[in-house]
Every structure is written in structure tokens, then in C-alpha cells.
Design a protein around this ligand. Structure first.
Ligand code: ATP
Ligand code: MG
Length: 222
């Protein structure tokens, strides 16, 4: 009896953790059998290559690293998490809320590739993760769509305006703009549920966004 996998996706600082946590709490309060996982799984050794990558050990610019290699770093971290932390729960019918997933590879690796290679990359990615590595496919993907200038402000606040605390993705505005384009493309192609999180140049309230997310996933978990 397969469970349900709900993915919360979005660019850096879009509120994924905030919304994944809110959704987890709501479902828990409703008496659902739910757990929350987040990727990368920094608590695990399986994130070692990701840590090397994000701290710049393969190069300071995200473009230094071959997107197919970067894909593998993130994919094996998910494999390890699935095998050791949530396979049993999922396979006995439980609900899993994931803060990021394979969908983050879709966005962030596409943004390094020329647009005419996006479709072939995405075909390869989903075969690699869902078929060959064989981690579960999401039942629902929620894309938290935030204007890039608004998410930059949120990140600046989180890091107390100390740019040195940002990782190599967060530091690059150009990368953020390309990621936004890639995310919009993937959302459209892959039929993700888009939740617009900005209104009139600022973030909607957390509660407001949370109730829209809840409404969007309701059918998948009932
Ligand atoms: N709706 C909101 N309104 C105002 N601030 C928010 C809202 N949602 C999240 N935040 C704040 O924005 C920051 C980023 O949120 P969060 O960590 O949930 O995002 P994230 O998408 O998980 O970020 P990252 O991609 O860096 O992991 C946090 O400081 C959080 O408290
Ligand atoms: Mg987060």
C-alpha cells in the first residue's frame, strides 16, 4: 500500500521550510500519519558531495560543476534518505512531506544548461531518479513562486545582511534569475501546482500561503 509524497518546491528563500512545516503540522493535527523530510539531508553523510559543491570545493561558480555530476550528488542523498528514513513509512501508506526533491535538480540543473537542452536533461533526470535509482515519484508538487527581489530580501534578513554566509547559489543574482526561468518552465511542463507567494511587491502572509497549499493538496491526502 503505497503512501503519498507531497513536494514543496521553490527557489532559495521562497518559504519551503516554512510551508512544509506548516503543512506537516496541519496534517498531523488532522490525525494523519505524516512525516516531513528535507533535502539536502545535511544531517547525513550522504550530503558530503553536496557540501563540497556548495562550499565551492569544485569551483566558486555554480557553472563550474557539470550539471549531470551535480544531479548525481543530490540524487544519491535522496536515495540514502529514502532507504534509511522513510521507505517503511511510505510503503505502509504514510504521507511524506518533502522540502525539495528531484524537482530541485530539475530547476537548478536546467538553469545551468542552455534552454535547448532542458527537455533532454529533464527526460534523463526523471529516468535516473525515479526509474533507475528508483526513489518514489511525487503525487503532488507545490511550487512556491516568489519574485526574486522579494526572496533576496528575505535571505538578506536571514543572514543579517552578511553576504559571506550565503552559499554559491545564493550569492549569484544571475543564477537566481536563470533559476526563476527554469522553475517557471518546469512548473508549466510538469504540471506543478503554482502558489503565488508575492502580492504587490511583498510576501503574502505565511498563513495565507499555507491555506492555499492545504487546499491544493487536500485531494491527494484524503
Ligand atoms: N510568507 C512569509 N512572509 C514573510 N517571511 C517569510 C514567509 N515565509 C518564509 N519567510 C521567512 O523567509 C525566510 C526563508 O524561509 P524558508 O527558510 O522557509 O525558505 P526556504 O525556501 O526553505 O529557503 P532555502 O531555499 O534557503 O532553504 C525565513 O527567514 C522565513 O522565516
Ligand atoms: Mg529551506
Amino acid at each position: 500500500m503505497k503512501g503519498k509524497l507531497i513536494v514543496i518546491e521553490g527557489l532559495d528563500g521562497s518559504g519551503k521550510n516554512t510551508q512544509a512545516t506548516a503543512l506537516y503540522e496541519s496534517l498531523k493535527n488532522d490525525g494523519k500519519n505524516v512525516i516531513k523530510v528535507s533535502f539536502p539531508d545535511y544531517s547525513s553523510q550522504s550530503a558530503a558531495l553536496i557540501n563540497m559543491y556548495l562550499s565551492g570545493q569544485f569551483g566558486e561558480d555554480p557553472d563550474c560543476v557539470n550539471p549531470y555530476a551535480a544531479t548525481a550528488f543530490y540524487a544519491v542523498d535522496r536515495y540514502a534518505s529514502f532507504q534509511t528514513k522513510w521507505k517503511a513509512h511510505y510503503e505502509s501508506g504514510g504521507i511524506v512531506i518533502a522540502d525539495r526533491y528531484t524537482t530541485s535538480n530539475a530547476i537548478h540543473q536546467c538553469s545551468k544548461l542552455p534552454e535547448d537542452q532542458w527537455d533532454s536533461y529533464l527526460r534523463w533526470l526523471f529516468e535516473f531518479e525515479y526509474r533507475y535509482i528508483a526513489i518514489p515519484e511525487p503525487d503532488k508538487v507545490i511550487y512556491l513562486r516568489v519574485d526574486p527581489d522579494v526572496s533576496q530580501k528575505l535571505l538578506d534578513k536571514r543572514y543579517d545582511n552578511d553576504a559571506a554566509k550565503k552559499d554559491i547559489h545564493e550569492r549569484s543574482t544571475d543564477y537566481l534569475m536563470r533559476s526563476r526561468k527554469a522553475a517557471d518552465y518546469c512548473a508549466d511542463l510538469l504540471k506543478w501546482t503554482i502558489v503565488e507567494c508575492t502580492a504587490a511587491g511583498s510576501m503574502r502572509s505565511k498563513e495565507d500561503i499555507a491555506s492555499e497549499v492545504m487546499a491544493a493538496i487536500r485531494k491527494s491526502v484524503d
